[in-house]
Design a protein around this ligand. Structure first.
Ligand SMILES: CC(C)(COP(=O)(O)OP(=O)(O)OC[C@H]1O[C@@H](n2cnc3c(N)ncnc32)[C@H](O)[C@@H]1OP(=O)(O)O)[C@@H](O)C(=O)NCCC(=O)NCCS
Length: 328
């Protein structure tokens, strides 16, 4: 379904339209997981009234003087019933909530990639208009960040992965090359608000952002959320696993697919994290007495420990998914 709310923002667009996966949200709000057979693709173009009545929600009146936003329902006992959407450019102070929001959501080592350490600051400066906060009752309950870049539309032309996308976004920006694509770099939902379908809302917001900026696609180097339970399985194999209902086995890949994302290729070298053995022992919370490969909690594939070089090295594979933007 689509919820449309009036807008008033500097770029002069009159409205933004964000998708709310009707069955997705309805199912989550009912609190049930349902059987696999009951799960099918959300209809993006269906009647908002149906969802709203199913949730006992009142449509939010149009509010002006806000860059853009969307609404469906109010926060009560952690249940999100109404969301406001802001970019970092619009409400930079919301970034103060991020450390608390992010606490424990990611394994520590993913925050120490060399590219992230070098360039991540751009997401709240150069690309501030492409970082998103989803708020309920004034509280940031979810966030996402994206970067605009140029992509030639081919599988080979995709960036190497997460690192490559951020590097390309920065490089394109510095070179004055006009972007034609938006790339998702991360989506997160606070622990308290998980399991309510907010991740689909983030993806919808990202697709809308791509449309607002007249970009031709939303691409995402997806970090499948259950892959860490199968660190020895090659990513291509893992991404091909399907449930009986035909949807991906992995919940996050499934969410992408439900809102219309399509698999493009595996990004084998999406993000590289290197550190000393001591650093890795701290990040992983386990000692590495011998050289070799280790299964580390939260890692999607083994981490290689080289005691002679005093180095731990992790090259994370991700999955490229491609989405259509939502028309502005
Ligand atoms: C991944 C994440 C964004 C999902 O957010 P969410 O709003 O809780 O997810 P949803 O409620 O939309 O659920 C989406 C699917 O994931 C499943 N899911 C949600 N949390 C889960 C968990 N902790 N473990 C396993 N499955 C989970 C849901 O059951 C649903 O699957 P379904 O198709 O069977 O219904 C959230 O868990 C998160 O922020 N994780 C940490 C950061 C991260 O890994 N981000 C993704 C990589 S960038």
């Amino acid at each position: 379904m689509i919820v449309r709310e009036g807008l008033d923002h500097p770029a002069g667009q009159a409205a933004v339209t964000l998708p709310v996966g009707e069955e997705e949200l309805g199912r989550h709000q009912r609190g049930g997981q349902g059987g696999a057979g009951l799960r099918h693709k959300s209809s993006i173009e269906s009647q908002p009234e149906r969802l709203l009545s199913a949730l006992s929600v009142t449509p939010i009146p149009v509010r002006t003087r806000r860059l853009w936003g969307f609404a469906h329902a109010d926060a009560e006992n952690g249940r999100v019933t109404r969301l406001d959407l802001h970019t970092h450019a619009e409400r930079p102070e919301l970034a103060r909530s991020l450390p608390e929001l992010m606490a424990g959501l990611w394994p520590e080592f993913v925050l120490h990639g060399a590219v992230a350490e070098r360039h991540d600051h751009h997401t709240s400066s150069t690309f501030a208009a492409y970082s998103l906060y989803l708020c309920a009752g004034g509280e940031v309950v979810a966030a996402g960040k994206t970067v605009p870049l140029f992509w030639d539309g081919t599988a080979q032309g995709l960036p190497g992965g997460w690192d490559g996308a951020l590097e390309r976004g920065v490089r394109d920006h510095l070179a004055g090359r006009a972007p034609n694509t938006l790339c998702a770099l991360g989506a997160m939902v606070s622990r308290r608000h998980q399991g309510q379908g907010l991740s689909s809302q983030i993806l919808g917001a990202m697709r809308a952002l791509a449309g607002k900026h007249r970009l031709g696609a939303l691409i995402a180097p997806v970090r499948p959320t259950r892959k860490a339970e199968y660190p020895l399985t090659p990513m291509g194999r893992y991404a091909s696993w399907r449930r009986a209902d035909g949807l991906p086995f992995d919940p996050w890949l499934r969410t992408h697919e439900r809102v219309g994302g399509r698999f493009r290729r595996v990004a084998e070298d999406s993000m590289t994290v290197t550190g000393t053995v001591r650093e890795w022992e701290g990040w992983a919370g386990m000692p590495f007495p011998d050289p070799g490969e280790y299964v580390v909690p939260g890692a999607l594939c083994p981490v290689t420990i080289d005691l002679d070089r005093d180095e731990g090295r992790y090259v994370e594979p991700n999955v490229w998914m491609v989405h259509k933007p939502l028309p502005d």
